[in-house]
Design a protein around this ligand. Structure first.
Ligand code: GLY
Length: 309
């Protein structure tokens, strides 16, 4: 048994491991872990306390996928409910759909009896106000305004956050969960890779599971999580599959490979794992059944500067 997460998921790993040690499923484990992160007000990239969109509204995205069946559920641009991961699971289990957004997702939350609340904390509001100071002069021409907002929305410090959790349970099943408040100061309604099955999240018990954090638009364009799993299907090791998928991002047109910020975590069908990144300094967390607590360590660095092979 193993649980692997982005570094900010470390706080949720004990909850996931408790589920697995109790004989619970990988699916229950990843949901339990992500709910802890969504509750964490100090994490400004996920759930309650997340950074808002350009209008100051917190909009959350999440997805969940079960490797045994490849059932998946996702929600996007959810306002007012702090546990989009549970909504994503509800989409997967109760609706004949995979992705539900906006008012439709809120309707689902309401139907489940979820508490509606303001998710914008004072700390996140202050950062949002400081971030936008001087940029929202109403006389600014639209093109210039969009350019400035775009620059803020792609500030790496703000765009990189999301939580990924992958679990491999005692029965050998995989599940993956992803949750985020998305790129800070994003355009209202913007969805990143986190609710996109195949982009930010993919699981297939036969080969492995993968999830992404980082610049979501790139993972959407490249189908990064699915590409990692596809690499394992072709016989690559989990590590080689992660490296190949990150190298692939260097070939997307219109961007300098040196600016690509992407991190992946992956687990293969027998529970071996890898966490890789395009930038030095990014960490991940994991815990196996033999470990008393999660450990946080460095990711494998895949340099894309100057182009990749
Ligand atoms: N990777 C999260 C996002 O771009 O929204």
């Amino acid at each position: 048994m193993i649980v692997v997460a982005s570094a900010n998921g470390a706080v949720g790993i004990p909850a996931a491991m408790a589920v697995l040690r109790d004989g619970g499923s990988a699916l229950d484990a990843v949901e339990a872990a992500v709910r802890v992160v969504e509750d964490n007000p100090d994490d400004h990239t996920v759930g309650y306390g997340g950074y808002p969109n350009v209008l100051g509204e917190v909009e959350l995205d999440a997805s969940i996928m079960e490797g045994a069946t490849r059932r998946a559920g996702a929600v996007g641009a959810v306002r007012g409910y702090r546990h989009p991961i549970t909504l994503a699971r509800r989409v997967m289990e109760a609706l004949p759909h995979v992705l539900v957004v906006g008012d439709g997702a809120a309707r689902l939350a309401d139907g489940m009896g979820m508490v509606k609340e303001d998710l914008l904390t004072d700390a996140a509001r202050r950062t949002w106000q400081q971030g936008l100071e001087g940029t929202l002069d109403p006389t600014t021409p639209m093109a210039e305004w969009l350019h400035r907002i775009g620059r803020l929305a792609t500030d790496p410090e703000h765009v990189a956050g999301t939580v990924n959790v992958i679990a491999h349970d005692a029965a050998g099943h995989l599940a993956v969960a992803v949750s985020t408040s998305g790129a800070a100061w994003k355009h209202p309604g913007r969805l990143g890779d986190s609710p996109m099955i195949g982009a930010g999240n993919y699981a297939d018990d036969r080969y492995g599971a993968a999830a992404c954090t980082g610049w979501g638009e790139l993972a959407i364009r490249a189908g990064t999580a699915r590409m990692v799993v596809e690499g394992m299907r072709r016989g690559l090791s989990v590590e080689a599959a992660c490296v190949e998928a990150l190298h692939d991002l260097a070939h997307l047109g219109g961007i300098d490979p040196a600016t690509v910020l992407m991190h992946v975590v992956a687990v293969d069908a027998v529970g071996r794992h890898c966490a890789a990144t395009t930038r030095r300094g990014w960490e991940y967390a994991h815990q196996t059944e033999a470990m008393a607590e999660p450990t946080v360590g460095p990711r494998l660095v895949v340099e894309l500067a100057g182009g990749a092979s």
